[in-house]
Design a protein around this ligand. Structure first.
Ligand SMILES: Nc1ncnc2c1ncn2[C@@H]1O[C@H](COP(=O)(O)OP(=O)(O)OP(=O)(O)O)[C@@H](O)[C@H]1O
Ligand SMILES: [Mg+2]
Length: 401
């Protein structure tokens, strides 16, 4: 087994495109790390450099304690699973899985044993004699996985292996890959543009934007403590509400203004995040997760609530999403919008972005499914102030302690 270390790794393509810049990260032995980010952010390039399919322009990559910069792909002991896996149509499942073993002249008995073990892990025992065309999409994907597993590599590299599958199958295979990875404990790097996939599969998730690593952390921490506006907007669905705000002093404490509403920040927040004081009077972005908004019990006017008209509702059974027009200026994270290939996610964000030039924003609140909310209602939303996120608008960075 082996971990992977990337030190100051960059990729500049021949035409001058800087696809990856100064990437530093380590994947622990047996860990599953996901690279996620919008289309074109450099995920595949980074993965292909680890695989040896793309030359490294700068920096160093280690697998285990070997520097692999100059090793050929086949000498790196990695196995790759791609989006467009091509199975050999004229070969059976067993032959497809065992192909690499035959190339390596692995003795027949051993090959048969390894093929059978692999088929067992993947639940393909019954199908070993079939041809690919006699399989479902999910089964075919499993055969593609099998070709990687049977080689018993030190590292799995997967580039959007599930994007050809329909949504339901994708969810199933996602769980399956996680299970297999845990069972085999093979160090794995998994590339996806789908943040839900990243969050559900990764032990840790590396968020990339324009070739630059934004944050590398366990999923829950990414969600709770995003390092900057980009990560905050990219991770989470529906996306975090991002509003233009301003901090003002209020005696010993502090008030946060959003549009015409003002919120007295709890003393412990002001104490825990002294850096907020440096931003008094300056424009900041205030981030509010949909679940940090709730239907207010009392009618409070402008203090402590966001007030607006309900534009639309999505009742999802387990929750109710209410889209509410409020008087506030939205903060747009342009390249989150531009880069998103997942149209569902893009729609979510487009819906909440509101009216960029004006002073109207649409926020989304995640409410209890039994909430009595109807389109055109005027709704007051209570804000869980302990869960507010604050960002410096110039740098985009989270304002931390
Ligand atoms: N062979 C190449 N020559 C020049 N530029 C390239 C080459 N391959 C990729 N690029 C550019 O490098 C950047 C990163 O590409 P990459 O394929 O790594 O992105 P990605 O994050 O995998 O995107 P996607 O989610 O769309 O697969 C992009 O701007 C892309 O246009
Ligand atoms: Mg890619």
């Amino acid at each position: 087994m082996a971990g992977i270390t990337l030190s100051d790794v960059s990729k500049i393509y021949d035409d001058g495109t800087r696809a990856v810049s100064d990437l530093n990260l380590d994947v622990q032995d047996g860990e599953l790390v996901v690279f996620v980010g919008p289309s074109g952010c450099g995920k595949s390039t980074a993965l292909r450099m680890i695989a040896g399919l793309e030359e490294i322009s700068e920096g160093e990559i280690k697998i285990g304690d070997r520097i692999v910069n100059n090793l050929r792909p086949r000498d790196r002991d990695v196995a790759m699973v791609f989006q467009n896996y091509a199975l050999y149509p004229h070969m059976t499942v067993a032959e497809n899985i065992g192909f690499a073993l035959r190339m390596r002249k692995v003795p027949k008995d051993e090959a048969r044993r390894r093929i059978e073990e692999t088929a067992k892990i993947l639940g393909l025992q019954e199908h070993l004699r079939r041809k690919p065309r006699q399989l479902s999409g999910g089964q075919r994907q499993r055969v593609a996985m099998g070709r990687a597993i049977v080689r018993e590599p030190h590292v799995f590299l997967m580039d959007e292996p599930l994007s050809n599958l329909d949504a339901k199958l994708r969810v199933q295979m996602r769980a399956e890959i996680s299970r297999i990875q845990r069972q085999l404990r093979v160090t794995t790097v998994y590339v996806t543009h789908d943040q839900v996939e990243a969050m559900t599969m990764g032990d840790r998730v590396a968020v990339l934007r324009r070739g630059v690593l934004q944050q590398f952390e366990a999923p829950q921490r990414l969600y709770e403590q995003p390092a900057n506006l980009f990560v905050a907007s990219f991770i989470g669905s529906p996306a975090m509400n991002m509003l233009d705000g301003r901090l003002e002093r209020n005696g010993d404490g502090m008030v946060c203004k959003i549009g015409s509403a003002s919120f007295v920040l709890p003393a412990e927040i002001v104490k825990d995040r002294p850096a907020l004081a440096n931003h008094v009077g300056k424009p900041i972005a205030v981030g509010i997760r949909p679940e940090a908004l709730d239907q207010s019990e009392s009618q409070n006017g402008d203090t402590g609530v966001l007030r607006g008209r309900v534009q639309g509702i999505e009742a999802l059974g387990s929750e109710l999403l209410a889209y509410v027009d409020i008087e506030a200026k939205p903060v747009l994270v342009e390249d989150v919008l531009e880069g998103i290939v997942d149209m569902e996610a893009a729609k979510d964000i487009a819906e909440i972005k509101g009216d960029a030039d004006g002073a109207r924003a649409t926020v989304v609140a995640r409410l209890d499914p039994s909430a009595r909310v109807h389109p055109d209602d005027v709704l007051e939303l209570a804000v869980d102030l302990r869960r507010l996120h604050f960002f410096d608008l110039d740098s985009g960075r989270t304002i931390r302690a």
